[in-house]
Each structure stands twice: as C-alpha cells, then as structure tokens.
Design a protein around this ligand. Structure first.
Ligand SMILES: [Zn+2]
Ligand SMILES: [Zn+2]
Ligand SMILES: [Zn+2]
Length: 381
C-alpha cells in the first residue's frame, strides 16, 4: 500500500492506494502556508489527477471540521464533480441520550443558530447540517454510507475495519446538561423548536437510510431537499444566547469542537500496516480505543495534527508517525511527546513548511526535516 500525506497545512488530506484503487481520507485545511494556490485549485487538481490514476475512488470524511472537508466542499461547488467518488463514508452522528434526544445534532442546531457567519463554529455547524446537499454534488447520494465501529470494507487490496465511532456512545454528562439547559432556556421559542425537532427527525431518517446496504436514492434526495429547506428556515430566526446557561457562548463553541472531534472515524487495516486516527480525543483513546488498537503499526496518522491537547501515551507504537500539522495559532507546535513516542528511532513525518516542529533546545520532532518541504510525503508500507 502506498500512503501519501498531501501537504495542506493545518488539515488532513491522505491517499491510501495501490495501482488501481484509491482511498481518499479527508481533504481540507484551515491554513496553507506552503501553497501559493488556493484550496479550491488544489482539490480540483488532485481530483483530476486521481481520475487519471485510479479506476475506483472511495472517500472517507472522518468528521465535519473545516480542516478535513474544505477541499471536498470546494469540489461540491464546481460543476461536473458529482461523480467524484464511487463511495463516500461518513461518521454516524445520531448519538442519543437516555431520553432518546440526539445531543450532538442538537448542539449543531444551536451552534448554527447562535454563532455569527464568520465563526468557525458556524462553519462546522453549517457543514454538518447541510452535508446531505453538498455531498450530493460530489457523489450520488446512494453512494453515501454511514459507518461506525465494526464496519469493514475492501479498498486498494486491503481489508479495513472501523474502530470508532460507537453507536451507543454517550457524551459527557456536562454536554447533556448544557443541551438540557439550552432547551429549557429557549422553550418559549415555539418556531425554533419546531424547526429543530424537524431537523433532528429528518437526520434520524437520513442516518437510518444511509446505514442500509440497499439505499433508496430518490428518498435520500428528498430528505436532503427537506433538510436544506429547514436549515434555510433557521436562517430567518434571530435567537439570542440565553443568560442562564452554565457556560458562555465561546466555551460552548469549544465544547462543540471537542464533541465533533470525538465523532471522528478511526480505522485500521487487517495487516497492521496503518492506523488512521482522524481528530479523535484523548479520553476516547484511553477509555475505548487503546484496547481495540493493535500493539504496533507500520504507520499511524496521529490524531488532531499532533497537538498536545489530543496526545495519549496509550497510542500504539509505529515505525512511522504521520503528523499532519501546520502553523496554527490556537494549538501551538507539535507536542514534544511525539519526539519520544514510542521510541526514539521511529520515523516521524510532518507536513507543511515553517519551523513549527522545532522544540526549543531539543531539536525537531521530525529528525528528517520533512516539515521544511512542501512536497507530499510518500511511504510504501
Ligand atoms: Zn477536528
Ligand atoms: Zn483536524
Ligand atoms: Zn518537522
């Protein structure tokens, strides 16, 4: 298998392939220090290139953050790309609490309603709530498959299996409390709740329908239209952030980011060659994934671009660590832990120019200087 880490700055764009088939994992960035061209041109060029090289192309969207999907969204805006992929895998997002409420999607509706157009939280919420309609521009909707733990698939001569997300995952009790308080603080807004309930109801149907192996394409397009219409209705409402919520709007945005990362698809192949971690969070690694991982892989795509906030000492060992970092003001340089994880002599590869992996007085995380190059990093494993 050939692994290509495209250089997109603070974001992910990976190709796992053989000579015929491609598994394209994420395509997006929130900063591209290397590139003089735009993400729009980059994704269009890459798609054309992939059409020439591969007979079969499957895409995985690990989760709906800008740094993982912005390239796919650019493809969706351009005409003629509706057959970009034969299959598109997305994570299961209909996580319910004990009373059957879909907490994560409710958070997305609140984020969409409360945040301003320019904020990252609004962008994320918009990508989530509108995903059926923009996915329809890069593939046939009956090609969209929702995946969760235990799902397996063949691509590029390998059998892959999904290790996360679990369908019965319960978010932190604090998340539940925040959503509950938001629900009661806004209960007088009958219009808003009617739209919110209709949105979560359609998503329930959407996730059931795209989990099935035989899909009703016409019904999926119908649902996607309905969802677009409902989200447009949200645009017309003005709802203020309520005072009596146990955290501020900014903190809610951060909580939403963490919850979104915790929905990341994590998967590996049956020959222990590669482990792809998306932006999965440390608590999920420590509690669930550490026992599902193999002990050693040839390569690991480390979670969340190598930041300290998502590092776990329970990450398995690997001959190659792939760190898709970039210069990002909010998260700092790569965690020094990766310099020593799991042993000093493993290779560390980091993408995107600049000196971001430099650790004061202690050299670099990647001893090969890969972060100074803007070229893609290619490994045969
Ligand atoms: Zn993320
Ligand atoms: Zn990310
Ligand atoms: Zn480096």
């Amino acid at each position: 298998m050939l692994v290509v880490m495209h250089n997109v700055g603070f974001g992910d764009c990976f190709w796992l392939c053989n000579s015929e088939e491609l598994l394209w994992v994420d395509c997006g960035s929130s900063a591209y220090p290397c590139h003089t061209f735009s993400m729009s041109d980059f994704s269009a060029d890459l798609l054309n290139y992939s059409r020439r090289l591969f007979t079969k192309r499957t895409a995985i969207i690990t989760h709906f953050h800008h740094g993982h999907i912005s390239g796919f969204k650019h493809l969706a805006k351009n005409a003629g790309n509706s057959d970009s992929f034969e299959r598109v895998f997305i994570p299961y997002l209909y996580f319910v609490n004990s009373s059957g409420k879909p907490l994560f999607l409710e958070m997305a509706v609140y984020a969409y309603t409360f945040f301003s157009k320019k904020s990252l939280s609004l962008k994320t919420a918009s990508s989530i709530l509108k995903h059926p309609s923009w996915l329809a521009e890069i593939c046939n909707l009956s090609a969209v498959q929702c995946v969760s733990t235990g799902f397996t698939f063949n691509q590029a001569g390998n059998l892959f299996s999904v290790l996360w997300p679990d369908r019965c995952y319960s978010f932190d009790k604090f998340v539940e409390k925040v959503v509950q308080v938001l629900n009661s603080a806004t209960e007088d807004l009958a219009d808003f709740h009617e739209i919110k309930n209709a949105i979560t109801d359609r998503f329930n149907r959407w996730f059931i329908s795209i989990s099935e192996s035989e899909k009703d394409g016409a019904y999926l397009y119908e649902l996607s239209e309905e969802l677009s219409g409902l989200v447009r209705q949200l645009d017309e409402l003005t709802v203020e952030w309520p005072n009596n919520v146990p955290l501020g709007k900014k903190d809610f945005g951060q909580l939403f980011t963490i919850c979104n990362n915790s929905t990341s698809i994590v998967f590996h192949d049956s020959n222990r060659k590669i482990l792809m971690n998306g932006d999965i969070t440390t608590d999920i690694i420590d509690k669930f994934l550490s026992s599902r991982y193999e002990k050693h892989y040839k390569a690991i795509k480390v979670q969340h671009h190598g930041t300290k906030s998502h590092y776990s000492s329970l990450l398995p060992s690997a001959s190659n660590l792939l760190i898709s970092t970039g210069v990002h003001k909010n998260y700092g340089k790569i965690a020094v832990d990766y310099k020593y994880h799991p042993y000093r002599w493993g290779n560390r590869w980091c993408s995107s120019g600049g000196q971001h992996c430099q650790i004061r007085d202690r050299g670099y995380v990647c001893t090969n200087g890969s972060c100074f190059s803007c070229m893609p990093i290619v490994l045969r494993i």
